[in-house]
Design a protein around this ligand. Structure first.
Ligand SMILES: Cc1ncc(COP(=O)(O)O)c(C=O)c1O
Length: 372
């Protein structure tokens, strides 16, 4: 397999620990274990004592049952035997795509999105057909354009809902139309929904395609919504027994099982899911939202789904390199955005949702956009 550089991750690797303010962070502000116990109201000592008495084996190869139950609670129709645990959503995306896609397969992928979703199929030798998400569609999937890229050879459609980096959030009705297209061509529908539930409006609850379609495969993790990127835990879900067998068989080669401690923390967090969502709501309170909107305005970025999904996205007038340079220049004491120019598109800059408040109170120049 010829590996393509994962540009946004390389960018983040280089800058995220060096910049003063990081507005490119996509996780809801990560918590410490102590903060987790505070939010959930449980006893840290009880949890630690219980764990300290356990032998550190490979644990439950197919996932800690309490963790699997916690995941099922996030969906309408998912049962533990549908879930496969992984090393983050990144691990789940890689597992699903490298298991499903073979050389010569036709795969339809949205863009812009998280690079894994189109680069892994390419690396697997697929014919990748890109569905460009357009500003005039508010970066939502246009079903007519999607269907134009599909035919009876289409093996897989990949989407990301809510989408990173545009923030576009597809409704249940829109997902149903995409599902109908996938069903018509008997294609798998893979949805990276790592930002699912990360919406500002209570009525913007995100439906999962796993609850709509038997050939859906969905991916998520503990990183973004649950503020626990440090435990590196994710999952993929399929209701197909055959695909599950292939995914587990593939996973035996590179994972065996996820960490026992990580799964125990994740199970604890999901058992208190409501409390974490409520605490997150407090963190993302009205003041923070107002400040975020100010930053979005200053950058003249475009909120695809204002007050709904988190990310904002702006097209710059310059070439790709300018978006990159803009973000590099911003390192000098200024908030960091992600250069969308890393994607094969004109220059864009992205603002993620989950930065700390100080990033927003830092004075930005009134005209922050490059003129070079
Ligand atoms: C859309 C999307 N999928 C997957 C990931 C990887 O997440 P994880 O930390 O769970 O590996 C990211 C991280 O930014 C992402 O934005």
């Amino acid at each position: 397999m010829r590996i393509k550089d994962f540009k946004v991750e390389q960018w983040m690797n280089e800058w995220e620990t060096k910049c003063r303010y990081n507005v490119a962070e996509t996780c809801t502000y990560s918590v410490t274990l102590d903060q987790l116990f505070d939010i959930c109201g449980g006893s840290r000592d009880e949890f630690m004592d219980e764990f300290a008495s356990r032998r550190l084996t490979y644990g439950d190869i197919e996932g800690n049952p309490a963790f699997l139950e916690g995941i099922c609670g996030l969906y309408e129709t998912v049962r533990p035997e549908h879930v496969i645990t992984t090393h983050g959503a990144a691990g789940a995306n890689f597992l699903v795509l490298s298991t499903l896609v073979n050389p010569g397969d036709d795969v339809v992928c949205v863009m812009p999105t998280y690079q894994q979703l189109y680069s892994i199929p390419e690396m697997c030798g697929a014919n990748v057909h890109i569905l460009h998400l357009e500003r005039e569609d508010h970066y939502h999937v246009d079903p007519v354009k999607l269907e134009a890229l599909c035919d009876e050879n289409t093996k897989l459609i990949t989407i990301n809902n809510p989408d990173n980096p545009t923030g576009a959030l597809l409704s249940r009705e829109e997902l149903q139309v995409i599902v109908d297209i996938a069903r018509k061509y008997d294609a798998w529908l893979m949805c990276d929904e790592v930002y699912r539930l990360l919406v500002q409006d209570d009525d913007a609850f995100t439906t999962s395609p796993i609850d709509l379609y038997d050939k859906a495969v969905v991916v998520s993790s503990m990183s973004k919504v649950w503020s626990l990127a440090g435990i590196r835990l994710g999952w993929c879900i399929t209701k197909s027994e055959e695909l599950r067998h292939d995914l587990l068989s593939h996973r035996d080669y590179d994972l065996i099982s996820c960490g026992m401690f990580d799964e125990a923390v994740a199970a604890y967090a999901l058992a208190h899911a409501d409390k974490i969502l409520e605490a997150r709501g407090r963190h993302d309170g009205a003041r923070l939202l107002r400040l975020r909107h100010r930053l979005v305005r200053l950058l003249r970025a475009h909120d695809a789904d204002r007050r709904r999904a988190g990310h904002a996205w702006r097209r710059l007038r310059g070439a790709q390199v300018h978006a990159h340079r803009l973000c590099v220049q911003r390192q000098r004491g200024r908030p960091q955005g992600r250069p969308g120019g890393h994607q094969p598109l004109p220059a864009y800059v992205g603002i993620a949702r989950s930065f700390r408040e100080p990033a927003l109170t830092h004075p930005w120049p009134a005209r922050p956009i490059l003129r070079e």
